[in-house]
Design a binder for this molecule. Structure first.
Ligand SMILES: [Zn+2]
Length: 348
């Protein structure tokens, strides 16, 4: 059926292709209509992007071109690559640094994608995908979603990943005018919702903050046509880029080890860490784990940005301390782990 929505909705807000039997409906961001708006946006966020390193992973490709979408024309591997290349252009324009797991139609193993990201020295790993539903005959399901690894109650959960997913999801879904799907309040999902206790291997194996976006469904009758258009891939990339910009503008707390002192009177080792952010630290957000078990013997002095952990001198051997904290804008620090070794000086 020929479909022309422009008669029903104001022309100013919609780009509509009515020339074929396929329907193409999307909204050009204001920054694409008025070039000055685009350069103003990039300029205003570039202080936050400047020097940041991004490892972009266009999913699939090469031997893996199985998701071909509705009518077989929306090849996920190609769409992912197009979006990643457009996103690279925006990030570079803002002063960021980009590496890709692939820049052409080639095969890259899943484990190699995370390994490359881990070796790259990047600050963030973003895997770009387009979705397909469980049932082949389903040509209606379509939404935008962003995945982070593990769930809040899991030791391997890193809340900064959920922050990044949240920001990218919001702006990507807005750019595409898609909802976030029925299974989540804000369109972000734990990867355990797909593979319980395992998650996606690209996220599980990544040692840097990592997320995976499923921009839309290649299998959707509605989505399948527009995601094969370069201009729409640029809109998708712009949505991801806006999310990154707004995430970074809210800051990321910095955690560092300062010193450890033996307190003979209390039989404790006092471990001092600095936790700093221009927006201030949310005191309720601070969580400490020692050897993956929640640990409550700590205080935080917000005036000095100083965290003090009291640890018994009798717990000999090596221990791993994990510190979680967010700033007052809700952004969590990068994963922070610190190893200590408690020496047995008693000779027992
Ligand atoms: Zn995929």
């Amino acid at each position: 059926m020929k479909f022309c929505i422009s008669m029903a909705l104001p022309l100013l807000f919609l780009f509509v292709g009515c020339g074929s039997s396929e329907k193409t409906v999307y909204v050009l961001p204001i920054e694409f209509r008025i070039p000055a708006k685009k350069s103003d946006f990039i300029k205003s966020y570039s202080p936050y992007i400047q020097g940041k390193k991004f490892f972009l992973d266009p999913g699939h490709g090469g031997n893996d071109r199985n998701n071909v979408g509705y009518k077989g024309t929306a090849v996920e591997a190609d769409v992912n690559l197009n979006v990643a290349l457009a996103l690279r252009t925006f990030i570079i324009e803002a002063g960021g640094i980009v590496q890709l797991s692939r820049n052409k139609d080639t095969s890259v193993d899943l484990k190699d994608r995370s390994a490359m990201a881990n070796k790259s020295g990047a600050d963030f790993f973003i895997s770009i995908h387009h979705n397909a539903p469980g049932q082949k005959e389903d040509i209606w399901t379509n939404y935008t979603s962003a995945y982070y690894h593990a769930t809040d109650s899991d030791y391997s959960f890193e809340p900064c990943q959920k922050d990044l997913a949240k920001y990218i999801q919001r702006d990507l879904a807005y750019a595409m005018r898609n909802s976030g799907g029925p299974g989540s309040f804000d369109g972000t999902y734990s990867d355990y919702s797909i593979y319980p206790s395992q998650g996606f291997s690209v996220l599980r194996l990544a040692k840097i903050p990592a997320i995976l976006v499923e921009c839309g469904f290649t299998t959707s009758e509605f989505e399948s046509h527009r995601i094969t258009l370069n201009e729409f891939n640029m809109i998708e990339a712009w949505g991801i880029f806006r999310g990154i910009c707004r995430y970074l503008a809210n800051g990321i707390p910095d955690i560092k080890f300062i010193k450890s002192l033996n307190d003979t009177s209390s039989q404790n080792i006092n471990l001092y860490f600095g936790i700093k952010d221009p927006a201030g630290i949310d005191l309720k957000s601070i969580k400490i784990y020692i050897d993956s078990v929640s640990y409550g013997y700590f205080t935080f002095n917000p005036m000095k940005n100083l965290l003090l952990i009291n640890y018994p001198v009798g717990n000999y051997g090596s221990h791993t301390i994990k510190i979680i904290a967010s700033n007052n804008k809700g952004n969590y620090a990068f994963p922070f782990y610190y190893n200590i070794f408690v020496e047995n000086k008693t000779g027992n």
